[in-house]
Ligand binder design. Structure first.
Ligand code: FAD
Ligand code: NAI
Length: 475
């Protein structure tokens, strides 16, 4: 007989394992099925995020920034270091250690919460039965949290050595002399910047002409300028014609409006988006709808058309972000328990971990224009912030968009130092329905980067102190 649970979760990424812990906290008999194995062929819960995504990429971002500082920035502080060298083996081992510590932590948390962890590939059959290998399990509720995998580019096959996806880009055993990144999205910018700082000559190709289309376009413009100055060679409107690998090098041929181009590189990283993991996951008679792009169809509460079956995270609509997956996991656990729960997909914060970082929450100025919303803008540059000056990181700005009549904050957009941390303040303010005046009336510690947020709010009120305040045109 199949073992029966209150809830079975398929997938132990930030969506699945968080849902499992919350279900267990709520007293539900919970199982979590996951098939991830690490290089030692051992189960490694934590999904893309912990194993090959958020965590290893941020570990490498940090190491590469330290290397860059030691090489180029410490001297300005009067700290002279000579003979700075890169030990890539140690850098990668440190990254692997961070991953191992966190994935072990997830396994320990699941065990401590008495979640039954089932290692293997799960398939959803009809009548809420989950098949894992030769065994079957049943549950009153099932949460699908199987995440996503790198999309493939037609005609550019991954070979795991010369042409790699984002996972391969976390594992190069030497610094490529020339690196081409296809795709100028979040992964391309973060990992392209890592290898540039570690010494690669990097150029990036993208098919369209839009740069970071979901970001506020004034911030995107600033970012494009800054990355160019740093030496990231971003080429837009590039149509890839052919990629061949000869004796360990790749030859890439592409067309753009200037003509046809041929480039020889040591490695190619393809990062052109991710696709949901739904292939061979659900039996046809299980009643779950999958759209043309492979996403499981759900409503705003992550419910599928079948009672008691939910789907969360990268496998459903909305931004492919770890914190979005986790919050959906918590919401679904609470709904299963019969509690009220909801999530506002409009105010999920986004962060791009470049240097400087880019972060935003809420609406962009271009969206407000499209929607015909009456809004006011306040901006403040980090160049006029004392802490940013002391850090030596003066590029960028904070921009606040507030409703023209109610002053309620509609969006906050940052490019600058530690934007990933400051955006949380904006998110809290928006969650509480704050106005820009609420932030303007708040006392911020001095000197902090957060004072830039304060000044941007003062600027919406036309009274920033540390910059000449332009007056709004009266309409
Ligand atoms: P996943 O994390 O993909 O987990 C799904 C799990 O389900 C996996 O363990 C998978 O093996 C398992 N699984 C799949 N099918 C089955 C099956 N049939 N049976 C059993 N198990 C199955 N997001 C951020 O918010 N911040 C970042 O900084 C960030 N950086 C990233 C960097 C990189 C390089 C990449 C690739 C992604 C990054 N992301 C980041 C995105 C983030 O990793 C994903 O949004 C997040 O992991 C999605 O969580 P999830 O739980 O939906 O799925
Ligand atoms: P993306 O959607 O961010 O960017 C894809 C890029 O590929 C775009 O620039 C697009 O124009 C380009 N592209 C698409 N087709 C192309 C083609 N045929 N030729 C050339 N260029 C092409 O996807 P990416 O970078 O792969 O990341 C996937 C997801 O992972 C992101 O959407 C994000 O949700 C998540 N992620 C989040 C991070 C964070 O929160 N900091 C970090 C890394 C990933």
């Amino acid at each position: 007989m199949s073992e029966k649970f209150d809830v079975i979760i398929i997938g132990a990424g930030p969506g699945g394992y968080v849902a499992a812990i919350r279900c267990a906290q709520l007293g539900l008999k919970t199982a979590c099925v996951d098939d991830w194995v690490n290089r030692e062929n051992k189960p490694s819960p934590g999904g893309t995020c912990l194993n090959v995504g958020c965590i290893p990429s941020k570990a490498m971002i940090e190491s590469s920034e330290q290397y860059q500082k030691a090489q180029h920035e410490l001297a300005a502080h009067g700290v002279n270091v000579r003979g700075v060298t890169l030990d890539l083996t140690t850098l990668l081992a440190r990254k692997d250690k961070v991953v191992h510590e966190l994935t072990s932590g997830v396994a320990a948390l699941l065990a401590a919460n008495k979640v039954t962890f089932i290692h293997g590939r799960g398939k959803l059959l009809a009548d809420r039965v989950v098949e894992v290998g030769k065994k079957t399990f049943t549950a009153d509720n099932i949460i699908i949290a199987t995440g996503s995998s790198p999309s493939e580019l037609k005609g550019v096959a991954y070979d795991g050595k010369t042409i790699v996806d984002s996972t391969g880009a976390l594992e190069f055993d030497s610094v490529p002399k020339r690196l081409c990144v296809i795709g100028v999205g979040v992964i391309g910018l973060e990992l392209g910047s890592v290898w540039r700082r570690l010494g690669s000559e990097v150029f990036m190709l993208k098919s369209s002409h839009s740069f970071l289309p979901t970001a506020d376009q004034s911030i995107a413009k600033e970012a494009l300028k800054t990355f160019g100055e740093q030496g990231l060679d971003i080429r837009m409107g590039a149509k890839i014609k052919k990629v061949t690998v000869v004796r360990g090098k790749a030859l890439i041929e592409y067309d753009d409006e200037k003509g046809s181009h041929k480039e020889k590189v040591d490695k190619i990283v393809v990062a052109v988006g991710r696709r949901p993991n739904t292939h061979n996951l659900i039996a046809d008679d299980a009643g779950i709808a999958i759209d043309a792009r492979g996403f499981i169809t759900v409503d705003d509460k992550c419910r599928t058309a079948v009672d008691g079956i939910y789907a969360i995270g990268d496998v459903v609509r909305g931004p492919m972000l770890a914190h979005k997956a986790s919050e959906e996991g918590v919401m679904v656990a609470e709904l299963i328990k019969g509690e009220f729960a909801c999530i506002d997909l409009e105010t999920i914060p986004s962060v791009i971990y470049t240097a400087p970082e880019i972060a935003w929450v809420g609406k962009t100025e271009q969206t407000l224009k499209q929607e015909g919303v009456d809004y006011h803008v306040g901006t403040f540059p980090f160049a006029a912030n004392g802490r940013a000056r002391a850090l030596g990181e003066t590029g960028g700005l904070i921009k606040i968009l507030a409703h023209g009549k109610t002053d309620r904050i509609l969006g906050v957009h940052i490019i600058g130092p530690q934007a990933s941390e400051t955006i949380a303040q904006a998110k809290i303010a928006m969650e509480m329905g704050a106005s820009s005046e609420d932030i303007a009336l708040t006392v911020f510690a001095h000197p902090t980067l957060s004072e830039t947020l304060h000044e941007a709010a003062l600027s919406v009120q036309e009274r920033a102190i540390h910059a000449v305040q332009p007056k709004r045109k009266k309409s």
